[in-house]
Design a protein around this ligand. Sequence first.
Ligand code: KIV
Length: 265
Amino acid sequence: MSRKTIATLVQMKKEGEKITMLTSYDASFTRVLEAAGVDSILVGDSLGMVIQGEESTLPVSVDDMVYHTRCVARGRREALLIADMPFMSYSTPDQALHTASRLMKDGGAHMVKLEGGATQLETVRQLTMNGIPVCAHLGLQPQSVHKLGGYRVQGKDEETAREIKEDAMALEAAGAQMLVLECVPKMLAAEISRILTIPVIGIGAGVDCDGQVLVVYDMLGISSGRRPRFVKDFLPEAGSIPAAISAYVQAVKERRFPTEEHSFQ
Ligand code: KIV
């Protein structure tokens, strides 16, 4: 058994090996992800939508996140386990420390993820100074859906693209050890992945990120509502859930996913 750490993923970036990540919310799915060799598992606050049936991620509580992280931790063997800090659980550095400590001590997470750029730098510093690894999240930030006016591609014009790039560099300088980039033009994501030394994991951000993440129910075609452009349903071709997850891992490793049809210009 070889447990994957952040250092493992940084080394994969250096060697040009694509990093695979999927969400999971329970022990059984986690075992299937482990069997397929997924490098990193995210307990996303997307659970608010795909597990709890809410319209957004906003109602998810810290208790919900701790519960699902604990379930996933029981099924985990080798993958790096990341847990989302839910909406309004990291409004101040002190509150973020409290939330992150629950996700790690009670949930068993190895790293926490938070959304936001310049406004989160102090929080990222506080967390990393206390030994808590941070994954940042830029581009489309689902917790800000009402501020953004919907789930839209971000960084399409020069000014917002520059802002995302500067935020990414500032977050790395503040101590973030990974970055998720959601729904940004593929050229912008490629440039940010090149500039940063930390792994950049894309979702709707093109094939040139260091790795890819999808919500597991989306890539099995069982999420409700319209399927976003960046999602591929791997189930019909593969025929079973374990085969679909393995097909995703292979496709990401071999740069066959995402294609142009799943990317934004
Ligand atoms: O909550 C989540 O599942 C996420 C991914 C979509 C990156 O943040």
